[in-house]
Design a protein around this ligand. Structure first.
Ligand SMILES: [Zn+2]
Length: 142
């Protein structure tokens, strides 16, 4: 482990985290968030429960549980938002806490057929819209 959990937004649940995303559920080994920037309608993020740098450091059981959580959420996203494809992004170059960006893509929509942008800072919803989105997703996830 290279980084300090004390400086990790997922471990600290700090303002940086709250500015970027809204936690909507806890699953077996992960936390589910709605990413506030919604250029890609329905964009979510999942973080592993502990401060672990990479998928390949988990035990088989924990890795399988994490991937099962991820699939559960993308299945829900597919149902709620009906995207043409969901992209999975796991980077963590500088933030060494295992997390996946889950990006719905729509034919004719932003960056379809290409790589999603990390944070275009263009589309934000109202609190009521985030709440509705959380409710719709939770109905399918939990
Ligand atoms: Zn962390």
């Amino acid at each position: 482990m290279k980084s300090d959990p004390k400086e990790c937004l997922y471990c600290q649940n700090n303002e940086t985290l709250n500015n970027l995303m809204i936690e909507i559920a806890k699953l077996s080994v992960s936390r589910v968030f709605i990413f506030k920037e919604q250029t890609y309608r329905g964009r979510c993020l999942m973080a592993y429960k502990d401060h672990v740098d990479d998928l390949n450091l988990l035990s088989d059981d924990d890795r399988n549980a994490f991937m099962a959580d991820v699939a559960k959420v993308t299945r829900a996203m597919q149902k709620v938002f009906n995207p043409d494809k969901i992209n999975y992004g796991a980077y963590s170059d500088t933030l060494e806490h295992l997390h996946f960006h889950l990006i719905p893509k729509y034919k004719g929509g932003p960056d379809f057929g290409g790589v999603f942008r990390m944070n275009p800072q263009k589309v934000y919803l109202t609190d009521a819209e985030y709440e509705q989105m959380a409710e719709d997703l939770k109905k399918e996830i939990l």
